[in-house]
Design a protein around this ligand. Structure first.
Ligand code: 6GU
Length: 247
């Protein structure tokens, strides 16, 4: 998968060299290119923002550097990917919620580009123009405000890249996760068997795989009911057995 990220703080994306994503890059599974928006300015001060038409607080990102940056990404990427256009993701608190389902969809794409806005946002004409050339999704991590899209891109790229076949060694660990089947994860324990006077649930030592599976499912249901009643309400009733309903 090819990934392009445009930002005025390219150093913010440095953590993508680390851990599993860094390994996926070195193995050629992920081809990541970070671009500095200021490289697409032409004035001495490398200006990317200006005051909003109509007045109001803060600054707005000017369209010209964004237009040139996205033109460059499309041209450079097309040569590398062998044609086509990227799916453009613009992170922002005003977007549609970024979910595991969306991560799964985006993980199927051969090419994603991320446009990191700062200040009060990017001139709306940049979105309008981009939509004439490529699919554009404005996506939010949740109902709170970050200073810019960079931290959101770190989160989204991690959520997407780990779903690319080969990036995670143990594909099984992708299956039983929170948000894959609408329930949160069960609690986990490892050695030692007693820590600061606290033992572990007896059933986990029983060797009885049926009972362990049932206990884990009960815990997932309890946890989901307690922490995320919205997720429990959204479950397909057909996905619950009689024992589930008793929990
Ligand atoms: Cl994706 N961007 C910004 N700037 N703030 C956010 C966000 C994204 N998601 C939640 N808050």
């Amino acid at each position: 998968m090819r990934l392009d990220v445009v930002s005025i703080f390219p150093d913010y994306l440095a953590p993508l060299d680390l851990s599993l994503i860094g390994k996926a890059r070195r193995e050629g599974l992920v081809d990541l290119h970070v671009h500095d928006l200021r490289d697409f300015t032409h004035d001495r001060h490398r200006t990317v923002d200006d005051t909003p038409y109509g007045g109001g607080a803060g600054m707005v990102m000017r369209p010209e550097p964004w237009g040139e940056a996205l033109d460059h990404v499309v041209a450079a990427g097309a040569a590398a990917v062998g044609g086509g256009v990227p799916h453009l993701v613009v992170p922002g608190p005003g977007g549609r919620p970024f979910t595991q389902e969306l991560a799964r969809e985006l993980a199927q794409q051969p090419w994603l580009a991320f446009a990191c806005g700062r200040y009060e946002g990017i001139d709306e004409r940049v979105y309008d123009e981009a939509r004439e050339h490529m699919p554009v999704s404005v996506l939010s991590l949740g109902d709170y405000v970050l200073n810019g899209g960079e931290v959101a891109v770190l989160a989204m790229v991690e959520a997407i890249a780990r779903l690319i076949p080969g990036v995670i060694g143990n594909a099984e660990s992708l299956v039983e996760e929170s948000h894959e089947d609408g329930l949160l994860e069960y609690p986990v324990y490892t050695k030692p068997p007693v820590w600061r006077g606290r033992g572990i649930p007896e059933v986990l030592l029983s060797g009885h795989h049926g009972q362990i599976a049932r206990w884990r499912r009960d815990e997932r249901l309890r946890r989901t009911a307690q922490r995320r009643p919205d997720m429990l309400a959204a479950l397909d009733p057909a996905a619950l057995d009689e024992r589930d309903r008793a929990v």
